[in-house]
Design a protein around this ligand. Sequence first.
Ligand code: XIL
Length: 369
Amino acid sequence: MKRALTLLTALLTSSALTSATLAAGPTTLREAAGDRLLIGAAISMPQIEDPKQAELLTSQFNSIVCGNDFKPLYLHPKPDVFNFETADKYVAFAEAHGLKLIGHNLLWHSQAPAHLFQDESGKPLPREQGLANLQKHITTIVTHFKGKVIGWDVVNEGLADSEPYLRSTPALKSIGEDYIQKAFEFAHAADPDVELYYNDYNIEKPYKFPKALKLLKALKDAKVPITGVGIQLHCQLTEPKTPAELEAAIPQFAALGLKVMFTELDVDVLPRKASGADVTAKEQGANPYTAGLPADVAEAQGKYYASIFQVAMNHPGVVTRVTTWGTDDSTSWLNDWPVRGRTNYGMLFARDLSPKPAFADVMKVLTAK
Ligand code: XIL
């Protein structure tokens, strides 16, 4: 009798525990997203070296991208020098914690070494030389990370904001318009299994969307091995049009057979003139929240974040990853762009690593039935 009672108590306790756990539901972003969506973060060394930061990263996120350390300037500083030491630390961290790693980026006009496409006087290299340099650059890097990264941002920000089509970059001036196609082909030849993305900002917006569609369609028509398109989404609280534009753009990208990813999501709460993410933008601007983020602003930011994640959830199987450009507010580039030295609050987690209202709002979207 006593044994039966003990057994019954044990059973009751364990089922109570189970239902309590079920009722509580997922407690982290990665759990809540399950296998529907990769939840990513852009990181730098502190996020893997500081135990508390690493704990936040590995509990909440299941994929990482390096905010800087995989960029051409650091991996390939001189014609015959490739430097993989720092980047390999992220590879080891990703492997140790079962995180998917995305490479950002193979080709960009910023944080890129001049030697790829310019001679010493700054003149564009002849096409054949530029192409040979591009091939060596991409082949060496993609080969090094073969089997270690799941995807590459092959070309970053190749579209112009004001000119009619492509951005005037050293690669364009040396090689010509097909530099983008060639970059994808070289990457695919070096690793046929790795996913290859075109990544840019504001391509969901009416002024840039047609240029993006034209480029992506041209690549698909030419049978270029492109897997997906990354929409950066450096958003501003004061510019709430993004969700509707995103909704409209996604099916059109998907119709080309592309996966869509939100690759650099942040929601700026401070005033700025720069739209999108032109890294050269420099401004003076107010810094009103040095003492803390007012509750109403935090709440509005939560709604904004939720609306973006809702768009992702509205396109299952098409939107495959949402990556925030940082983890907690202290790790965001928005503290220095486009105004240097502000106290900004672009992320889902506060400086003390606690979840902000935006976290709860995103969790609500991810766990909605
Ligand atoms: C940013 C980094 O976060 C900063 O630390 C760096 O000073 C400049 O670049 N679009 C991109 C990213 O594709 O590579 C940029 O990252 C942000 C805008």
